[in-house]
Design a protein around this ligand. Structure first.
Ligand code: PEP
Ligand code: CO
Length: 453
């Protein structure tokens, strides 16, 4: 038993631990007031949805389903707009159909949405022309502009973040219930990029097949797919800002457990996964399914202890490990960590985040990622899991439904010089609509080949 296990847990017990990546608020009374208001507002999700997701993640762990977790690196308050949200949802749903078609397994759709407002940063402060200010930590903490007023952490922004998350989720739920009709007609998909792709033939076939399958289903059931079977959609965000997470943690008498009801699937980021840290302490006590980002710096013992501390009863679907090593390093670290987890006797859901280990800076100083490295890490992840007798059960992506130019490569051959054209992210570079679908089709194509005799 670690010392953590022996301590009583409650939603604020993390406060006795070292909490990294938290903003410094100059007015503790204003903070306490905002947190107290937040803790009285209604929850954004409910415990039975959270439990339904855990059961689906357990099925993914058994190889029966596949997790697609995707969305922005950071949502912004200004972009809480109907058009952007609808486009984001559309690309996630379309991508899920492509994956479903290729993998022949139900796809669990989880957005990095409705609460992805707090970001970990590499330094607490930023200095420009001799002026040092707090770093920008996401819209729920402060503002990106480089002025003392904008960078001052403001507790009221926690409430604005909660409200934006509620508005987003409300709209997403309505769109899902209304059934996004254009999904059933691939001719409405923006597939211009197919003409540029060397895999044009194969991709064209995937899209035609999906269209045929949906038409067939429509004819058979007498109605669109969404009416026959509800499309489920879940939310997730990095559980970074512990005051915010604590305020949304509620005791459910029926279950006799505490749930974080700000989101279905919160995860621990790589910078805050210390065994004796506040984030691990908070996460070990909530009943939600949870994720942990796993990087090259994590040694075997650390990961083993995380697995046993965060899921002591080895509950199926409870723990998703999201590995992110980079195309160059995955071969060095993934096999040892698969073996380390196996030797604990515990089961986890393994998911690949091929984004965060592949970030680089161009000579012009722009943060980008190359689609070929993203594809390479993902392909290696499938192969390494198979070779180890393990299973890759999902993928974690940063992408957007908009036509941005933040990552290079893909069928249109975006290069470093294209990045300036539509570079909008405040934080990490995202795949655009075409690049995301192209990645999905790559997964679909490879699964077909793997299944072929
Ligand atoms: C992220 O998912 O945006 C992130 C910061 O990831 P990581 O914790 O893996 O660096
Ligand atoms: Co990111």
């Amino acid at each position: 038993m670690t010392s953590l296990d022996t301590l009583a847990w409650h939603p604020a017990s993390w406060q006795t631990r070292k909490a990294l990546q938290q903003p410094h608020y100059n007015d503790p009374v204003a903070l306490a007031d905002a947190v107290s208001q937040l803790s009285r507002l209604p929850p954004l999700v409910v415990s039975w949805e959270v439990e339904a997701l855990r059961e689906r993640l357990a099925a993914a762990q058994r190889g029966e389903q596949f997790l697609l977790q995707a969305g922005d690196c950071a949502e912004s308050f200004a972009e809480c707009e109907s058009d952007r949200i609808a486009k984001q949802l559309k690309v996630i749903l379309q991508l899920s159909l492509v994956l479903l078609h290729g993998l022949k397994r139900p796809v669990i759709r989880v957005g990095r949405m409705a609460g992805q407002y707090a970001k970990p940063r590499s330094a607490d402060t930023e200095t420009r022309d001799g002026l040092t200010l707090p770093c920008y930590r996401g819209d729920t903490v402060n503002r990106p502009e480089f002025t003392p007023e904008a960078r001052e952490p403001d507790p009221q922004l926690l409430l604005r973040g909660y409200e934006r998350a509620a508005l987003t989720l409300n709209f997403v739920r309505a769109l899902i219930d209304g059934g996004f009709a254009d999904l059933h007609h691939p001719e409405y998909w923006d597939l211009g990029f197919l003409n540029h792709s060397p895999l044009q033939e194969a991709y064209g076939r995937i899209v035609r097949d999906i269209g045929d399958a949906l038409d067939f289903f429509h004819a058979l059931s007498g109605g669109p797919v969404h009416e026959a079977q509800r499309v489920d959609f879940y939310s997730s965000h990095e559980g970074l800002h512990l005051q915010y997470e604590q305020a949304q943690t509620r005791f459910i008498p029926r279950a006799q457990r505490w749930y974080n009801l700000s989101t279905h699937l919160p995860w621990i980021g790589m910078r805050t996964a210390q065994l004796d840290g506040a984030h691990v302490e908070y996460f070990r006590g909530i009943a939600n399914p949870i994720g942990v980002k796993v990087g090259a710096a994590m040694d075997d013992n650390w990961l083993q202890q995380l697995v046993t501390t965060l899921n002591p009863n080895n509950q199926p679907g409870r723990l998703t490990l999201i590995h992110r090593f980079g195309a160059r390093d995955i071969e060095k670290h993934l096999p040892r960590l698969i073996q380390a987890v196996r030797s604990t006797g515990h089961s986890v859901l393994w998911v690949c985040d091929p984004m965060h280990g592949n970030t680089e800076t161009t000579v012009g100083g722009i943060k980008t990622r190359r689609l070929e490295n993203i594809q390479s890490e993902l392909e290696q992840a499938f192969q390494i899991h198979a070779a180890q007798g393990s299973r890759l059960g999902g993928v974690h992506l940063e992408m957007t439904g908009e036509d941005v130019t933040e990552c290079t490569g893909g069928a249109r051959g975006l290069s470093d010089t294209d990045l300036a054209r539509a570079y909008r992210t405040q934080v990490d570079p995202r795949l655009n609509y075409e690049q995301a679908l192209e990645l999905g089709m790559m997964i679909a194509e490879r699964s077909k080949k793997v299944r072929a005799p």
